[in-house]
Design a protein. Structure first.
Ligand code: ADP
Ligand code: G6P
Length: 539
């Protein structure tokens, strides 16, 4: 054939990130299996990797190397290989310094404008350099002629330049999934220049928003004294530019829309509606009315045990009154997050508590399903946050609960996509109120699960998604009173008005899916590398 003497070049995409799309479940005896990871990166790129057979994903295995013997590591590798993933194994002190330390105790807070939480520690910086080097070494034998490498996120900011030294002509992209802070904040990092030099090894450097891209360019100008041209191109060598641009990430809209209609999600939704008394005439609603009637009756009798407290307005009494008044359908509020201090969970809980206090007519009538999975538990800030959230939920439930109604259902497990979509679908209101967030996919997932339906989104103005989802109830997540009011209005909005707002936002999310995001980034990468060089041989 005509290929007989030709060199066959199979071009592949190699995705490199700290977190792989799946992580290990099970043990040596029961056998190892893999489960989907939680987090924006895995959600956004996972579907691309699944359908593109020419795509390989390299990342940290997420397990402690010290805990497994050689035979076990071999079977773990095989399980990953079946999913076209190459796991890297790190020792305990490498994980502590590079992941828990520099990535999540230095860069994460700094990039999310929590500079007061950022720890500047030379030893974790040393480990970060070391592990980025380990990634480069692991990639060296994997990268072939014709491949493209796409590096993800703040864990691997040194890797682009380390790979560039090995492969001067390798087409390479880097994307940041979190905000890039203003130069005034960024410059406080003692190793600010080293990280910029590291990232500039890539041909294309992507951010979620134009603002983050601008912050990056200003930092390069301030700290490295290199100025980009009007097209965001930073001259690196005589024949190479590093180009900076914004690529807002999306979700697989149809997947969420479809999954919300699956049998399991529908069953979950129905369960939530029954428990919260949202379905009129159900057992819970009846027992609530019976409870309030009984209390109202007791209140009217003299000399009952509670008469010491008769000067106080008992919530049961309010409920009895409102039950007698016009029927008010019960409502469900939902949220889905990793337990992360950037997500604004305590602030949100305070606003929910404030709403129950300010609008007591919601007592017994609104139930909040709070799904919050513990994350990065080896970092102190995250452990403290978990304690704070546990306490606040306890306080609110203790203060406002009735005998047969609990205001907050608090779930700290990580759930698979079907039940998550069931929770989204059950929510009359979703509270998505991060203090800072690169994009936030949860807001988009909620809207996809309400395709063609009503359902209100209360959204922080501190996340990338607020640029696109302008019809949501936009709030300042630090303003308790404003959040309380927004939640109240979101609960009261008419279904027609809610649908009208959603249609506009859904159209935008549908037009910018995760698949389009990857395609746009990779097309742009192809373009900038072709423009820069006629000869793209690897070495
Ligand atoms: P981040 O990337 O900071 O975690 P995003 O909102 O961008 O925030 O993405 C979070 C992703 O992880 C979403 O796809 C969401 O569905 C998923 N997720 C978050 N928390 C949970 C949870 N408790 N259980 C299951 N999935 C979750
Ligand atoms: C964010 C980061 C991702 C990370 C995810 C989950 O989305 O941008 O890189 O994977 O959070 O965090 P974790 O530390 O568990 O990987």
């Amino acid at each position: 054939t005509f290929l007989d003497d030709a060199e066959v070049v199979v071009s592949r995409l190699i995705i490199v990130s700290n977190r792989l799309p799946v992580s290990l479940d099970g043990d040596a005896e029961r056998g190892f299996s893999l489960r989907q990871n939680v987090g924006g990166l895995a959600t956004a790129i996972g579907p691309y990797h699944k359908v593109h057979r020419d795509c390989l994903w390299v990342g940290w295995s997420g397990i402690d190397l010290d805990k497994y013997d050689a035979e076990q590591i071999r079977s773990i590798r095989e399980a990953y290989a079946r999913r076209r993933c190459v796991p890297l194994f790190l020792a305990h002190d490498e994980v502590a310094g590079y992941y828990s330390g520099f990535s999540n105790d230095t860069l994460w807070p700094l990039f999310h404008d929590f500079s007061h939480e950022a720890v500047f520690e030379p030893s974790t910086w040393g480990m970060y350099q070391h592990v980025n080097r380990l990634f480069a070494q692991a990639l060296e034998p994997l990268v072939h002629e014709g491949d493209t490498v796409w590096i993800q996120d703040y864990h691997l900011m040194l890797l682009p330049q380390m790979l560039r030294e090995r492969f001067p002509r390798l087409p390479m992209g880097w994307f940041l999934h979190v905000p890039f802070p203003s130069p005034e904040i960024y410059r406080s990092l003692p190793w600010n220049r080293e990280l910029l030099d590291g990232v500039l090894g890539a041909d294309l450097i992507g951010f979620h928003t134009v603002d983050y891209a601008r912050n990056f360019l200003s930092s390069v100008e301030l700290l490295l004294h290199i100025r980009a041209d009007d097209e965001g191109r930073i001259p690196m060598t005589t024949d190479r530019y590093a180009t900076v641009d914004a690529f807002p990430i999306g979700i697989d809209y149809d997947l969420y829309k479809r999954t919300a209609r699956s049998t399991l999600a529908k069953a979950m939704k129905r369960g939530i509606e029954e428990v919260s008394g949202k379905r009129p005439g159900r057992r819970y609603a009846t027992s609530l009315t019976a409870e309030s009637n009984a209390v109202a009756e007791a209140i009217t009798k003299e000399g009952t045990w509670w008469s010491h407290y008769a000067h106080e307005e008992l919530p049961e009494l309010t409920l009895a009154r409102s039950a007698a008044a016009e029927y008010k359908p019960n409502k469900v509020v939902v949220s889905v997050d990793r337990l992360d201090y950037t997500k604004g969970l305590p602030e949100r809980l305070k606003a929910f508590g404030r709403m129950l206090e300010k609008y007591p007519e919601w007592t017994g009538h609104v139930t909040y399903y709070l799904l919050a999975t513990p994350s990065r538990e080896n970092v102190d800030t995250y452990r403290h946050l978990k304690e704070q959230v546990d306490q606040l939920v306890g306080q609110i439930n203790g203060r406002f609960s009735l005998l047969s109604w609990t205001p907050i259902h608090y779930i700290t497990r990580s759930l698979p996509i079907k039940p998550v979509c069931g929770i989204y679908a059950a929510g009359d209101v979703a509270l998505v109120t991060p203090l800072r967030d690169g994009m936030n996919l949860v807001a988009k997932e909620y809207l996809a699960c309400h395709d063609g339906r009503d359902g209100s989104l209360v959204l922080s103005d501190m996340c990338g998604a607020a640029n696109e989802l302008t019809e949501a109830f936009i709030v300042n997540p630090y303003d308790t009173e404003a959040m309380c009011e927004a939640l109240h209005s979101a609960l009261e909005i008419s279904p027609a008005e809610s649908r009208r707002r959603n249609i506009a936002m859904q159209a935008r999310i549908k037009a910018r899916t995760a698949a389009q995001w990857s395609a746009t980034f990779l097309d742009a990468l192809g373009q900038v590398t072709n423009e820069g060089l006629a000869d793209r041989r690897l070495r």
